[in-house]
Design a binder for this molecule. Structure first.
Ligand code: PBG
Length: 329
């Protein structure tokens, strides 16, 4: 039984910063944040993305600088997306050992060896049609896509990636990727699967950053239907059964119930991806002076942690890590 007023006065514990801190249930640390980075060929390139203020496509040399800065702030890891020089029907640049992601991973492992390097494994940045797999009769062919994803994942592991993160939403890809990694002697490469990835309008700005918008149609035939929650739990359990070491829910903010349910059902390490549209909305409203951008950023991140995410992929990683350090000092 809990006491009620006047015995109980919940405001007593809210009176000072020190008291509030003492009873705080959720913490956010820079080490729990993962920064997405977009890499392309060339040198000295830093091309800002219009719809994602503060985010740029960079060449490997510039990317290493960003990663070093992130690491110095205590950020947990980086998530790499590649923008290839050429795209084709099957996305063959995805497993090119000299592709932008593979080059970036090698460089990062040389320059910042302790920073966790995660690679996004998908075909949409590499195919000329922009879908996440190979097309057969206008449809994304599930089983034919699996071996391409596995080749891409192995090439990332070969370059030195700590974690590969398949985001394509093909059925069975975790098992096929695990088997391919083990066969190639990469038994220690971690798989973080985008287990519950919804067909979301909030990916809009990302598709500009990654140049990966589908030429025709949409991704509803493979990404999840937003009204579904039980299905997210089934997807997560299936990926874990196939060998996923950690799982992801994406987007994060509009899907906090999914974060909580998947965490409760699996008790597995869980990542949530605060996607481009979530970031862009906060930045845009803050630019207009409609909200306090810094506070909205921190509140959105603590909400994702409170829902049950262990780590958060976010374009705010650097700003949030800076803010956390300033608060501590
Ligand atoms: C697909 C992929 C997407 C994102 C990450 N990986 C987008 C999509 O399905 O179109 C979105 C991330 C974001 O919006 O920030 N490989």
């Amino acid at each position: 039984m809990t006491a009620s007023f006047p015995e109980s006065r919940p405001r007593r514990l809210r009176r000072t910063p020190a008291l509030r801190q003492l009873v705080r249930e959720t913490v956010l640390a820079p080490s729990q944040l993962v920064l997405p980075l977009f890499v392309r060929g060339g040198t000295g390139i830093r091309q800002p993305v219009g719809s994602l203020p503060g985010v740029a496509q960079t060449s490997v040399d510039e990317l290493v600088r960003d990663a070093e800065a992130a690491s110095a702030l205590g950020i947990g890891g980086v998530l790499l997306f590649g923008i290839p020089d050429r795209k084709d029907e099957i996305g063959s640049n995805a497993w090119d050992p000299r592709g932008p992601v593979q080059n970036a991973v090698r460089e990062l492992k040389r320059s910042v060896p302790d920073l966790v390097v995660i690679t996004d494994v998908c075909m949409c940045e590499y195919t000329d049609h922009g879908h996440c797999g190979v097309l057969e009769g206008g449809d994304v062919a599930n089983d034919a896509t699996l071996e391409l994803l596995a080749k891409a994942a192995v090439s990332h592991a070969e370059a030195g990636a700590d974690i590969v993160a398949p985001s394509d939403m093909m059925d069975g890809r975790v098992g096929v990727i695990r088997a391919a990694l083990d066969d190639a002697q990469y038994a220690n490469t971690v798989i973080l699967s985008y287990a519950a990835k919804y067909a979301s309008a909030f990916y809009g700005p990302f598709r500009e950053a990654a140049e990966s918008a589908p030429r025709s149609g949409d991704r509803r035939g493979y990404q999840m239907d937003p009204p579904n929650a039980d299905e997210a739990v089934r997807e997560a359990l299936q990926d874990i059964a196939e060998g996923a070491d950690a799982i992801m829910v994406k987007p994060a903010g509009p899907y906090l119930d999914i974060v909580a349910r998947v965490k409760a059902a699996t008790r597995h390490p869980l990542a949530a991806y605060q996607v481009s549209g979530e970031y862009a909305m906060i930045r845009a409203a803050a630019e207009r002076g409609w909200i306090d951008g810094d506070r909205a950023m921190m509140e959105s991140l603590i909400g994702i942690r409170r829902a049950g995410a262990d780590m958060i992929v976010t374009y705010f990683a650097v700003d949030a890590a800076r803010r956390l350090r300033a608060d501590r000092a």
